[in-house]
Design a protein around this ligand. Structure first.
Ligand SMILES: Cc1cc2nc3c(=O)[nH]c(=O)nc-3n(C[C@H](O)[C@H](O)[C@H](O)COP(=O)(O)O)c2cc1C
Ligand code: SF4
Length: 552
């Protein structure tokens, strides 16, 4: 990343944003208009190479996207459900092949058959009514089970206007120190993967001298199989927005930026309407409730790149730079968006804050197990008899989660939990694991977003790990070679082994995993070996025909 480009982009503020302008320009044809790119280059003093570097990175900006009219979901859940080929076949009756693109993932993992057409997502039975969709007679609305087995922190009804007003007053009158202390007492840790305490980031941001600070909500939920952030944005938007405002109050930030993925058009719509409402009610903007607290919101629509979920790539993305992962330190709380102090938090993390404001930090800390306090939303995919979003207290046995989903609709050998970088959990481990950071880590897995993608008995595990290498190769930001080259080499080896009877030398493969794990700059390349090693451990018999034990 370039610090200078960060400053140049920041000169225009947030309301005239380079990345947003590129997205708007791409809307008509699928790629930005060259004249517009030239104009933006001059206005932002970015240079042709930088603008081209940005545009060529994103699935929905790059030239190859030109002319695409409809997109099929290629996420892991649609893949294991085997619905993608069927959807493509049906669409080819109405569109030329070149007009059909791919998106990953649409968050319709509960019913699969997912595709995206003209700003709306469709799934389940919709593919059987394609003519209705083309005529604009299908809203694409979906429904899934939502329930809670413990304390309803995130699945209780969303805040009404009186509650928002009351909690805002409470937040402003108690002062930032008391609020940060309550968050510390609550033990609230990041739900986006790393499990880092939020109170620490807020204090660090406030302690960094600056006239401007930002709260950035990471709503780039790119993990195939996860749709819990989507649930919050579409059904609990006020908990999220109040959480951002409270975080802003604690950190001394006056701006809240929501980076929402393009694959979730409905989320963008619902959150935009909620923000408009908050402005109309005088609950955000200048001098909120006649206090000195000012907080503005801005939504940035992403353009299709999984790596933008990584917090530093996300910041570069908002700046209109190519979203390459940044070296830390400096951390975002010291030098974040436009080089200013910034706290980046996940949707679910921020949406927990109103509960803490209302009930106190101790009440939140009493839920859960050990250092994993509070609750966790779990997304169950279409292989469950009752797929949906389930809120469970941290520490709930995995077996109980499977029971909430009423078990599997057909034989399943493993669950991929926590996104592409999460662990491949063989079903027998459901007896052992509990839904908390520590249990997953101690047993060699990762809680992550706690999304569950089932791997059915008849789905070859070799094909699944090939898919993970291929996914990483496609999504790698390219900054470090272990990930950029290693992911592609791994995918090639597995493909060759599947198609041509090639035997992968075990020591070469182990070397590759070690290089990825120890040499990658971020958790994309660094995290890929975890599920692969799980597969090698628990499915050795199934995988051994593809490997050649090395001679000593
Ligand atoms: C490849 C990659 C993808 C990520 N994707 C997301 C994401 O989609 N959403 C998210 O909140 N965090 C994601 N993260 C984690 C973020 O970098 C960051 O830790 C998180 O947004 C911080 O918020 P939290 O503390 O509330 O979890 C990703 C990390 C990596 C390495
Ligand atoms: S591990 Fe991959 S995604 Fe992460 S910085 Fe390196 S190349 Fe980029």
């Amino acid at each position: 990343m370039s610090k200078n480009l960060g400053y140049l982009s920041g000169r225009k503020g947030l309301n005239y944003n380079l990345f947003e302008e590129l997205g708007i320009s791409a809307k008509a044809t699928g790629t930005p208009d060259p004249d517009k790119m030239e104009k933006l280059k001059n206005e932002f003093l970015f240079g042709s190479a930088n603008i081209y570097g940005t545009v060529s990175f994103y699935d929905f900006l790059k030239k190859e996207n030109e002319g695409k009219k409809i997109y099929v979901c290629n996420g892991s859940a649609c893949m294991t459900a085997g619905t993608q080929a069927h959807v493509k076949d049906k669409l080819e009756k109405h569109f030329a092949s070149a007009e059909i693109g791919e998106m990953c993932c649409l968050g319709r993992c509960h019913e699969n058959h997912a595709f995206h057409y003209e700003g709306t997502n469709f799934s389940g039975n919709s593919i059987h009514h394609i003519s209705d969709i083309l005529e604009g007679n299908d809203s694409g609305a979906d429904a899934y089970n939502v329930s809670c087995s413990g304390t309803p922190v995130l699945t209780s009804p969303d805040l009404n206007h009186d509650e928002i007003s009351l909690l805002l007053k409470k937040c402003i009158t108690s002062g930032h120190k008391k609020l940060t202390e309550a968050l510390k007492t609550s033990g609230l840790r990041g739900r986006g993967g790393a499990g880092f305490p939020i109170s620490f980031k807020l204090s660090s941001c406030r302690d960094t001298p600056s006239d401007t600070r930002f709260i950035v909500c990471n709503a780039d939920e790119g993990d195939p199989g996860a749709y819990s952030d989507r649930y919050i944005m579409e059904h609990q938007p006020y908990k999220l927005l109040l959480g951002m405002m409270a975080a802003g109050y604690a950190a001394g930030a006056e701006w809240g930026v929501l980076y929402i993925r393009a694959e979730y058009p409905e989320s963008i719509e619902v959150v935009s309407a909620a923000i408009k409402n908050l402005y109309n009610l005088g609950f955000c903007g200048e001098h909120i409730l006649q206090s000195s607290f000012t907080f503005h919101f801005k939504i940035i629509k992403a353009q299709g790149a999984y790596i933008c979920g990584e917090e530093t790539a996300l910041l570069s993305s908002i700046e209109g730079q190519r979203p390459e992962v940044r070296v830390r330190p400096p951390y975002p709380t010291q030098q974040g968006l436009f080089n200013m102090p910034t706290v980046v938090n996940n949707v679910e993390t921020l949406a927990c804050i109103p509960y803490i404001l209302k009930e106190g930090g101790e009440a939140f800390a009493r839920i859960g197990r050990g250092r994993s306090t509070g609750t966790k939303l779990v997304s169950l995919d279409g292989y469950f008899n009752r797929p949906g979003i389930y809120e469970v207290d941290m520490g709930t046995p995995l077996n109980q989660v499977i029971d909430l989903g009423k078990g599997f609709r057909s034989a399943v050998k493993a669950m991929h939990i926590g996104g592409p970088l999460g662990g491949i959990v063989p079903v027998q481990m459901a007896e052992v694991l509990t839904m908390d950071f520590e249990s997953f880590q101690q047993n060699g897995f990762l809680l992550g977003h706690a999304s569950v993608v089932c791997i059915p008995e008849d789905f070859p595990i070799v094909d699944y790990i090939r898919h993970l290498f291929q996914f990483t190769a496609h999504e790698s930001c390219g900054k470090c070679f272990p990930c950029r080259l290693g992911s592609t080499r791994g995918a090639e080896m597995l493909e060759k082994a599947m198609k041509n009877g090639y035997k992968i030398p075990t020591d070469l493969f182990q070397d590759l995993l070690e290089t990825l794990e120890t040499g990658s700059l971020c958790a994309l390349g660094g995290g890929l070996p975890l599920p692969v090693k799980n597969a090698l451990t628990y499915f050795e018999n199934e995988l051994s025909p593809y490997f050649q034990k090395s001679e000593l």
